[in-house]
Design a binder for this molecule. Structure first.
Ligand SMILES: Nc1ncnc2c1ncn2[C@@H]1O[C@H](COP(=O)(O)OP(=O)(O)OP(=O)(O)O)[C@@H](O)[C@H]1O
Length: 247
């Protein structure tokens, strides 16, 4: 459903970077409805890869094909409607929470599904919010969940989640995980989720992409990856974080 072929993105700072690439040589095939966690040390290019998959950055090399059409044939607007990126730092537009929830639908010429919005607000623990309130008055954790719901309302085929629970407490994190698992089960959405919490990766994914040396060094079923990583790099990475992993 989504294929990436030899994808590469040059370094942002060519003069001072050790490598000419932020990431390179990335190839993978994703089936509809897969749940992938994207893990690896800081600075490996995980966020840049997600942003590139959403066409918020343009790849410098390689190709991305969604439902048999290359990103080069499909306009960015159409591409981003199907493959949605949810940032770690939620950006709220000026206006009310409701304006923010409507904006993606309006941008893509879709009707705003108020009933679904209410269901998603409730499922993510935000039923108490007065959506007529200014979006800028929300807490960081509330903004993060509103940004997620805003993307879900577009019903994209692929949701790219960049550390979307990083500013949430345990209860809200579990609520968002449950929301996404329920959404995945009912909508069949493909999820690619960057997380630094290995326990979360183990809990929420079927497949792991482990990034190191600025590429996907391992691509394996989640249980297999945590039981028997294939590379020394991944073994060391897991060991450093092993207190977090529930085998
Ligand atoms: N907009 C930008 N301008 C300049 N450099 C950038 C920009 N975005 C990322 N970088 C650099 O590109 C490299 C990869 O960053 P990226 O955020 O993609 O890594 P990451 O694996 O997601 O890291 P983390 O786990 O810390 O979020 C880093 O060296 C980072 O400093």
């Amino acid at each position: 459903m989504l294929e990436i072929h030899d994808l590469a993105k040059l370094s942002y700072d060519q003069e001072n970077s050790k490598s000419p690439y932020t990431f390179a040589g990335i190839s993978a095939h994703m089936q509809q409805g897969e749940r992938i966690s994207l893990i690896g040390a800081s600075g490996q290019g995980k966020s840049t890869l997600l942003r590139t998959l959403a066409l918020l950055n343009t790849p410098d090399e390689g190709d991305m094909i969604y439902e048999r059409a290359s990103f080069r044939e499909v306009g960015p607007r159409h591409w981003r409607k199907q493959i949605c990126y949810v940032a770690q730092q939620a950006v709220m537009l000026p206006g009310s929470i409701e304006d923010n929830l409507c904006v993606a639908s309006r941008l893509h010429g879709q009707p705003f599904d108020r009933k679904l919005a209410d269901q998603l607000l409730e499922a993510s623990g935000l039923e108490h919010l007065d959506i007529k309130k200014q979006a800028s008055d929300m807490s960081g954790g509330e903004m993060q969940r509103i940004a997620l719901i805003r993307s879900m309302l577009l019903r994209p085929g692929v949701l790219l989640l960049d550390e979307v629970t990083s500013s949430l407490d345990t209860i809200s994190t579990r609520a968002v995980e449950k929301l996404l698992q329920g959404w995945h089960a009912s909508e069949g959405t493909t999820l690619i989720w960057v997380t630094h919490e290995l326990e979360q990766a183990a809990r929420t994914s079927d497949r792991v992409w482990y990034m190191s040396s600025n590429t996907i060094l391992e691509d394996a079923p989640t249980a297999e990856f945590f039981r028997k990583p294939a590379t020394e790099s991944a073994r060391t990475f897991i060991q450093y974080n092993e207190n977090e992993v529930q085998p």
